[in-house]
Ligand binder design. Sequence first.
Ligand SMILES: NC(=O)c1ccc[n+]([C@@H]2O[C@H](COP(=O)([O-])OP(=O)(O)OC[C@H]3O[C@@H](n4cnc5c(N)ncnc54)[C@H](O)[C@@H]3O)[C@@H](O)[C@H]2O)c1
Length: 204
Amino acid sequence: MPKASVYVCNNVSLDEDIDNCLEEIKKDHGKIDGLLHAIAHANTEDLRNDFILTSRDGYAHAQDVSTYSLVAIVRMAREKEMLNEGASIVAYTYYGSEKVIEGYNVMGVAKAALEASIKYLAKDLGKDGYRINGISAGPIKTLSAKGIKDFGSILDVVEERAPLHKNVTINQVGDSTAFLFSDMSSAITGEIIHVDNGFSVVGV
Ligand SMILES: NC(=O)c1ccc[n+]([C@@H]2O[C@H](COP(=O)([O-])OP(=O)(O)OC[C@H]3O[C@@H](n4cnc5c(N)ncnc54)[C@H](O)[C@@H]3O)[C@@H](O)[C@H]2O)c1
């Protein structure tokens, strides 16, 4: 198996950090076929308190790190002419953008903006033949997920109510991401695909 290279982008809130990271990648690999945005952050107090108490700074922080970073990274990669012909971009989002999920708060609002950004970016990037899509993944216990209040009970509800009665795995999200990176999805852009064992289609 080929070794994966790791390039650090310390803080996506800083254009300079994004620029340095992309330059490093370009130096070693030239053009890239795909780009995955898997970054999100909100201040802990904004995930603990009621949404109405979100501070101006906390709101801006969640939007900057979790949403604007996608716009900045994609724009810079395009400006550096490091996207290969037919390149595909994928960003991870969550159902908390569509429905109110206890404790998701300002992150739900950031994900709603991320999903809208994906659609607007699809229009711009389509001019160059690039695609961009979102995957709305079901909940998975990761470091970030630990910041969400009562995350364990969210997993229980999905298992009970999702049509497939189980939670998604990291591999399943990875498989769908590989599909969106591949030519098998060449006619799909600006789309948000739910990879959630069907949880989002259930009403009552
Ligand atoms: N875990 C879930 O249940 C779930 C569900 C749907 C979508 N997602 C999304 O998947 C993506 C990956 O999250 P995860 O759950 O794997 O958690 P994670 O903690 O593994 O990943 C979050 C990443 O964001 C990076 N990050 C945070 N702030 C940053 C900053 N200022 N600059 C640069 N990097 C920064 C962290 O270093 C980390 O690598 C996120 O967009 C998350 O919202 C997660």
